[in-house]
Design a protein around this ligand. Sequence first.
Ligand code: ASP
Length: 449
Amino acid sequence: MKVAKFGGSSLADANQIKKVCDIITGDAQRKFVVVSAPGKRSKTDVKVTDMLIGCADAMLKTGNADQEIQNVVNRYEGIATELGMSKDIITVIRDDLTQRVHSSVEHKGKFIDNLKAAGEDNCAKLVAEYLRGLGVNARYVNPKDAGLFLTESFGNARILPESYDNLRKLADIDGIIIFPGFFGYSRNGSVVTFSRGGSDITGSILAAAVKADLYENFTDVDCVYSVNPNLVKNPKPITEMTYREMRELAYAGFSVFHEEALTPVYYTNIPVKVKNTNNPSAPGTTISPKLIDPQRPVVGVAGDTGFCSIYVRKYLMNHEIGFGRKLLELLESEGISYEHSPSGIDDISVVIRESQLTDEIEERLIRDIKEKLRPDDIFIQKGQALIMLVGEGCKNTVGISAKATKALADADINIEMINQGSSEASIMFGIRGQRCDDAIVALYKAFFE
Ligand code: ASP
């Protein structure tokens, strides 16, 4: 049994939806289908989810979003007409959107999530209806009826554990289940969405709940590549990789798969296959628990900007019990999560996402660190990039760091920080943000060309 998730570009217009339905009906094992909202038809187009956010904004600002809602209805109507569907589905979608846009605006986050979720919800209804029109035994299932319950953190929900048992029962339903991605319900009955791109998470949750043999993630690329294809022409495709490798690459900017989506399948050992809706016969990329080829040292290179490090130095720091804990506690009390913390005997750096640091927080943090830890020196280095060289096989191969540092040196890139995680599945380099792309290309060339 497979769970197949289709991203927004796979559902952007009638032609794409036809391809999706061919894929669904082409394999009897595809019992569960998770859909995103219709995405962009061209580079300049607007995703339905963004149109819905526009509806919510207009309503909150002016108290009227008639035109914005009409634009969304038109988008679905265009698809339904081209698919030769009856007007009934458009009436269903219009009524649904009208009801959502006129719901209470008292709680802004709740109001926005309710509108945002309409993209996937109506897309699932439309796809199910179209399949039924083709004589396929398919049905739309609403996440509330299925028992997909989430924390009430609007725009950034997390699954509640009872959901898995609830969703497992879907396996008993006859026919193909068309399930909307991206949202669930809180225990209070409010619609809550995951963070953007969260339909990947829904697919993964469903795959884990029904113990699928495979979670297929259909998108618009043939596979995951070893490097961002916008930086390098014809990059090397990745045919197989481990969850850990995917997690490391996703962390540092690979956007093929949502960072949080791996967790449910990771804990249930369900393999994931990234495939292309526009070229379904391409082999794709398999992500599974174990490396099939242990000889392969490096699988990919990724990098991301927007980091900063808080550098703290104190003579005899290694003798001071609790120094690290106290430092991290100060970050915790500001609600800041940290990414890495490389340390020496007398110094420690804590790397965080720069977006977490407002002027006010920065000032308070420095003051508190000075007061509570009495360091000899403290400063915050902004504008950093983290470059990740990823591969489980790094562990068994001598000379990976040497090769990487030489490649960076040859490109005249100064390494400000190096961190090799204890798993040895990746080596991280902290460099100046401006050289991020150059560093990625230099490492790619050294390891793949
Ligand atoms: N439609 C949502 C978004 O654009 C979720 C998704 O596509 O996965 O973020």
